[in-house]
Design a protein around this ligand. Structure first.
Ligand code: FE
Length: 175
C-alpha cells in the first residue's frame, strides 16, 4: 500500500516539475524580445491614436488589413530611385533596387531592405493560405508575399502603396 502511495507521489511530483519547466520556458520567450524586435524597436499606439495620425485609406489598410484596389496605388508605376518607408512609423522597408514590374497593379519587390524589418505571418482569411507581411516595428499591415517572384529570391512582396512612403534617393542623401 505504502509503495503505491510513494509511487503516486513520485509521479505527481515529476508531472509538476515538467509543467513548471514548460511554463518557465513560455514566460522566458514572452519577456525576451527576439533579436529582430530588439533591432527595430516597437511602436504601439491605440486605435484612436492611429486614426488621428493616418488617413482613412492608410488606417483601413495598415490597421484593418485592407487592400487598395489594384492599379490605384501611388507607387505602382514609380521608377525613381529611393527607399520605401512604413507610412505609419517610418521604418525603412524596401529599396527601389528590388522593385520590379509584376503586372499585378500593386508595387512589388523581391526582397525587403532587411529581413528583420518585416514580419511574415500565415494568413488563412478569404479561404486562402497566404503569407501576410507586416511592419516589424508597428505591426502595420503591408501586403502579402508570394513565391512566384523573380530571381534571385523568387519572392514577390506584393505591397499596398498606401502602407508605404517613398523617399527619393537625392532627398534622403541630403539628410
Ligand atoms: Fe511601421
Amino acid at each position: 500500500m505504502n509503495y503505491i502511495f510513494l509511487a503516486l507521489l513520485a509521479l505527481s511530483l515529476f508531472a509538476l516539475a515538467c509543467e513548471r519547466s514548460s511554463v518557465n520556458a513560455a514566460e522566458k520567450a514572452a519577456e525576451k524580445p527576439t533579436t529582430q524586435d530588439a533591432a527595430v524597436g516597437h511602436v504601439e499606439k491605440s486605435d484612436a491614436e492611429w486614426k488621428k495620425q493616418l488617413t482613412t485609406a492608410q488606417y483601413h489598410v495598415l490597421r484593418e488589413k485592407g487592400t487598395e484596389r489594384a492599379g490605384t496605388g501611388e507607387y505602382v508605376n514609380n521608377h525613381e530611385k529611393g527607399t520605401y518607408l512604413c507610412a505609419a512609423c517610418g521604418l525603412e522597408l524596401f529599396s527601389s533596387d528590388t522593385k520590379f514590374e509584376s503586372g499585378t497593379g500593386w508595387p512589388s519587390y523581391w526582397r525587403p531592405i532587411a529581413p528583420s524589418h518585416v514580419k511574415e505571418i500565415t494568413d488563412r482569411t478569404h479561404g486562402m493560405a497566404r503569407t501576410e507581411v507586416t511592419c516589424a516595428r508597428c505591426d502595420g499591415h503591408l501586403g502579402h508575399v508570394f513565391d512566384d517572384g523573380p530571381k534571385p529570391t523568387g519572392l514577390r512582396y506584393c505591397m499596398n502603396s498606401v502602407s508605404l512612403k517613398f523617399v527619393p534617393a537625392e532627398e534622403k542623401d541630403k539628410k
